[in-house]
Design a protein around this ligand. Structure first.
Ligand code: ADE
Length: 231
């Protein structure tokens, strides 16, 4: 699966993609991540990616033309009923905005079936609305709060989607007992040694007894009761 990120801050992604499971997945050839600088698709000598808002107001708005040019260079497109459409079926163009559809595990599972995701990171006070209206297939928000831009949302989405692609994380993790029938995840509390930790004399932080009992049925019941299902 290919991820193409369009941003005016490509450096934000460098460290993360070079120092994580994501890096290994790229080395194994399971995923391919390319980060593109939006300014490379501007035509003026100052590489202007934003401009003043029509109607007034403070703050700058990311321009539609460089976004159109960058997306056009990353996949084959056609225009149907004024809207941009990807010619290939398993390619989607996503714009990150706090006004988008709230991201969740189910969306990640759907997106993980695609061949290519083109992720557009907004910045400043906004992105020309024609990007959402005519270019993006989907707008996504990662939560009801406002960030400085779409870069962190892109990282969140890539990590959530990538770990669902077979081979990205170890089999034992992905195919383990934590997977639900609906292909979601069952998240329960975990403990490791020591059985008792004393942060100061007389204070004991203990591991629940049931986990030390060796009784698998009881352990399973306890985990079930304490699980949060994410699907
Ligand atoms: N850009 C700024 N805030 C955002 C959010 N919460 N989700 C997606 N994109 C954003």
């Amino acid at each position: 699966m290919k991820f193409d990120v369009i941003t005016i801050f490509p450096e934000i992604f460098d460290f993360y993609f070079k120092h994580s499971i994501i890096k290994k997945a790229q080395e194994k050839g399971i995923i391919k991540i390319r980060v593109h600088n939006l300014r490379d698709w501007t035509l003026d000598k100052h590489k202007t990616a934003d401009d003043k808002a029509f109607g007034g107001g403070r703050g700058m708005v990311v321009k539609v033309e460089p976004i159109f040019r960058s997306v056009s260079s990353l996949t084959k497109l056609k225009i149907k009923n004024e809207k941009l459409k990807t010619k290939k079926k398993k390619v989607k163009i996503v714009l990150f905005t706090p006004r988008g559809k709230k991201f969740n595990q189910k969306m990640a599972t759907q997106l993980a079936k695609l061949d290519q995701l083109i992720l557009i990171c907004g910045r400043y006070e906004g992105v020309d609305e024609r990007v959402a209206k005519y270019i993006a297939d989907q707008t996504i928000s990662i939560g009801d709060y406002v960030l400085m831009g779409g870069e962190l949302p892109a990282l969140v989405l890539i990590e959530t989607v990538a770990r669902l692609i077979p081979g990205v994380i170890g089999k034992s993790e992905l195919l383990g007992e934590r997977i639900t029938k609906k292909k979601g995840f069952r998240e329960y509390p975990q403990y490791t040694r020591p059985e008792i930790f004393e942060p100061k004399p007389g204070v004991k932080w203990k591991v629940p007894k049931v986990l030390l009992s060796g009784n698998h049925k009881k352990i399973e019941e306890w985990r079930k009761k304490r699980s949060k299902i994410i699907e």
